[in-house]
Design a protein around this ligand. Structure first.
Ligand code: ADP
Ligand code: ZN
Ligand code: ZN
Length: 821
């Protein structure tokens, strides 16, 4: 009898491929094993076994596999089911999900390039002969591909050698360069050695009786050390003693205290040393009880808690319960930037049970976390991650938390799988019979609607922790201020006054401008020309720091020209402004303040966020200027003022979610102010102070905003009343994009015409038709919520097949984006 396996290839091909295996191999293999298989012209790929059977393929002769790569299945059955759901719902191949889900070193193939791992040394002579040959070759040549390794070792099958070398830490898979590991250091204090004897200590206390504030600090240090033998952070001491940082600094300078640095994740987490979770206040307690009771009848609960209401501490209680049952918890965040603070918080409670997984980690680190989750030793883990953490090999998930569930960055745009992590997480929860908790201060229309209609449970926390009032929000009319000459650069007199006041109180300020760079347009005053990107239909953004013009779509850069490229005039002026310009203005207006900037230009690399966030936390910075990164879930203790430099750009964005998103953005950034004791202040500068969204956001009218927006969604046929599938046609040839999209549109209209409630819009060029030298044209299909989306997708697949059968269209890329948010 012949044996076959169906294999998922990590490629955008719709079906599995069948290969022949021996009887022994068939007995050994099961779904989830990796196999190296030939595919196409002399290429080898790492595929994933989907099934083992005895039916030969009908239309081709099955090839034999190259070899088996695993001793146990790498991917779990429930994981495969989830991937298949993603592929089918978001209209991509399971192979594309496979590729997105696993660390690159799990996907060795004939195209793989390997490099030396600099940290390896062979002093213990652990390498086998063939391994040593590769190691030696890498001393002379920085990169090797699979063919070269085959040549060096004189073997045909080299993937096992590569696998062994990876396991021994000799080589790495070449990917985009990852930052070298730079551990985060935290400052601790202890009493200086000079005072280790009782005698010296008594004398010190004697002397300090004339300096009561310094004495308080020392006494606080003692209490802290007695209550908990862990090292004491400078920050903790400062909080406990209520002393200013100047007092502590002078104690260190006088050699009474001694400061030292410890590596953040090296501070051991012995079982007994973990912090107790915090005691909840009555509102949090009530919310926790309600969540548990909602979970009795519902799989998904939405926690709508205002900013700084202490949602995280509520999650912590739920996590502790699940861990006690020895199940896993997945904690999804929209942004890697947010993981920094959360990791620290959760590690204090759960120690080494906390694992982190995201794309900024190197391949090796990701492999390590993958293996830990798959093994799930001890049966209790909390995995913190952005989107892709959803695709890991969970054994037994008990709870999934989706924090800041309204964030649109949960949706992946490019490349496939174009999935929405929140929605895919709900499906994952079902597969594991796990509970799913969505949390937000500004829920998305979709989730809130689901909660109102009873599909999800709804729990509210309406007060900030510690009963701090919601921040006081003031709208400032820029038009009026300009007329009265009360603008200084981009700062109104009101904003300047408030900044001045915060600074003089020793408090911190966040300034929000949703655009990076210096200025989005550099324009010639003589002829009006502004330099555009040669590859995209956009003007280049001026970045002053490097004195460059850059394209934010394709990364194109050029040095700034001193003369207009069109007419030669040297009268060039900037229009509009970004974070860089605000930073510069702040430095001039407030020369004594120290200013930092957080945007994607300043946070590259794995530790980019850490540096800026901790500098701001440690109050080394007075003012933080940033893009939307500063609006999201961060918890800073000393920020009393938030300034929104210009609210209008987001309101006018051509997107049906622009209003919802503006509301969320303003409320979220405002939520960073006044989180501890004093009520925070927010200044929103705008040309439209009477815009209904700004009014609603500044008065915390979530319900009003929700019902008005829902009315518009209903009227204009948008989600949640309709589902959207966007189809993009992409090609370098303008005419081809036009012809092919018209052809497709006509076909779709014909097919969907039978149902009058279906709507097809376009094809239309988007606001920026040409990006990276390719033209895009979009077709949008609107499907009423009560119709079967599955059926429409089936029809689209048929059309896609006919489309690809037309020779002239075959090179046009057709991209499907389901639930395009
Ligand atoms: P949210 O996520 O709702 O914006 P957080 O969970 O970040 O709010 O809580 C805001 C701040 O209040 C945090 O610094 C947190 O440590 C503190 N906090 C919240 N709940 C408690 C509690 N029960 N006891 C002590 N501090 C708390
Ligand atoms: Zn000109
Ligand atoms: Zn460009």
């Amino acid at each position: 009898m012949r044996h076959f396996i169906d294999v998922i290839l990590p490629l955008p091909i719709p079906k599995t491929y069948t290969y022949e295996v021996s009887e022994r191999e068939a007995a050994f293999l099961s779904p989830g094993f990796r196999v190296a298989v030939p595919f196409g012209k002399a290429k080898i790929y790492t595929g994933l076994v989907r099934s083992v059977h005895q039916d030969p393929p009908q239309h081709y002769d099955a090839k034999e596999i190259d070899q088996i790569l695993d001793e146990v299945a790498l991917v779990k059955e429930v994981q495969l089911k989830h991937w298949e759901w993603i592929a089918s719902y978001y209209m991509c191949s399971v192979g594309e999900v496979f590729r997105a889900a696993v660390p690159p070193s799990f996907l060795l193939e004939s195209e793989t390039m390997v490099i030396r791992d600099e940290t390896f040394d062979d002093s213990e002579e652990t390498l086998k002969d063939d391994e040593w040959l590769v190691f030696e070759a890498l001393q002379h040549q920085s990169v090797l591909n699979v063919q070269e390794i085959a040549g060096i070792t004189d073997r045909k099958r080299v993937l096992p050698i590569i696998k062994r070398l990876l396991a021994k830490g000799v080589i790495q898979i070449r990917e985009e360069v990852k930052e070298q590991y730079k551990p985060k250091m935290i400052r601790y204090v202890k009493l200086h050695e000079n005072y280790s004897t009782d005698e010296a200590l008594n004398q010190l206390l004697e002397e300090l009786s004339r300096a009561p504030r310094q004495r308080d600090v020392i006494m606080s240090l003692f209490t802290l050390e007695v209550s908990d033998p862990k090292p004491v952070k400078v920050k903790t001491l400062q909080e406990r003693s209520g002393a200013s940082s100047a007092v502590i600094k002078s104690l260190i300078e006088k050699n009474i205290l001694q400061a030292y640095l410890l590596q953040h994740d090296r501070v051991g987490y012995e079982e007994g040393e973990l912090d107790q979770t915090k005691e909840l206040n009555e509102y949090q307690q009530e919310a926790l009880l309600q969540i548990s009771s909602e979970f009795k009848s519902k799989d998904v609960v939405l926690l709508h808690g205002v900013t700084s209401s202490g949602k995280t501490e509520v999650y912590v209680k739920l996590i502790a319960e699940v861990l006690a049952r020895e199940e896993q918890v997945l904690y999804l965040l929209p942004e890697i930037a947010l993981t920094t603070q959360l990791i620290r918080r959760l590690r204090e409670y759960f120690g080494e049970k906390v694992l982190v997984y995201h794309s900024k980690y190197s391949a090796n680190e990701r492999v390590e976390v993958w293996n830990k989750i798959a093994a799930n030793e001890g049966g209790a883990q909390v995995v913190i991650g952005a989107r892709s953490a959803l695709l890991l090999p969970y054994e037994s998930l008990g709870l999934i938390i989706i924090d800041e569930e309204h964030e649109t960055s949960f949706k992946q745009y490019d490349p496939a799988p174009r999935y929405h992590a929140r929605d895919a997480a709900i499906v994952l929860g079902k597969l594991h019979h796990a509970r799913v908790l969505l949390g937000s201060a500004t829920p998305s229309m979709e989730s809130y609607y689901n909660a109102q209609t009873g599909k999800y449970g709804l729990v509210n926390i309406t007060r900030r922790y510690g009963n701090v009032l919601m921040p006081d929000m003031e709208l400032v009319d820029i038009k009026d201020k300009l007329k009265k000459r009360r603008m200084n650069g981009h700062f109104s007199d009101r904003l300047m006054e408030e900044i001045q006041e915060s600074l003089s109180e020793g408090e911190q300020v966040i300034l929000f401008q949703n655009r990076r760079g210096y200025a989005p347009v550099l324009e010639c005053n003589t002829c009006g020309h502004s330099p555009g990107c040669p590859n995209c239909d956009v003007t280049l953004t001026y970045h002053q720091f490097k004195d460059q013009l850059r394209c934010h779509y394709c990364g194109y850069r050029m040095a700034r020209q001193l003369k207009c490229l069109a007419c030669g005039s040297d009268e060039l002026d900037t229009k509009g402004f970004g974070t860089e310009q605000i930073e510069e203005e702040v430095k001039v207006l407030f020369p004594k303040a120290s200013v930092g900037r957080m945007d994607s230009d300043t946070t590259r690399g794995k530790y980019g966020y850490d540096k800026i966030i901790s500098a701001f936390e440690q109050q080394e910075l007075d003012i933080l200027v940033g893009t939307q990164m500063v609006t999201k879930g961060l918890d800073f203790r000393n920020v009393s003022l938030v300034g929104v430099m210009q609210a209008d750009t987001m309101l006018n964005f051509p997107d049906f979610r622009a209003h919802e998103r503006s509301f969320q953005m303003i409320q979220q950034v405002a939520g960073r102010a006044g989180r501890t004791l004093k009520r925070g202040k927010v200044i929103i500068q705008t040309y439209n102070p009477f815009h209904q969204i700004l009014q609603q956001a500044s008065m915390n009218r979530f319900e009003t905003m929700f019902s008005e927006q829902m009315e518009e969604r209903r009227q204009f046929r948008y989600p949640p009343f309709y589902r959207l599938i966007k189809i993009t046609f992409r090609h370098k040839d303008y005419n081809k994009v036009n012809e092919s999209s018209e052809w497709y549109a006509k076909y779709v209209r014909n097919v969907l015409r039978v149902d009058a409630a279906m709507e097809v819009l376009g094809p239309e060029f988007p606001a920026i038709p040409r990006v990276r030298n390719s033209y895009n044209k979009n077709l949008v299909i609107k499907i009423p919520a009560d119709r079967s989306v599955g059926l429409v997708k089936q029809q689209l697949k048929k059309i896609d097949n006919s489309f690809n059968a037309i020779a002239n269209f075959r090179s046009v890329r057709v991209i499907y984006d389901v639930d395009n948010y």
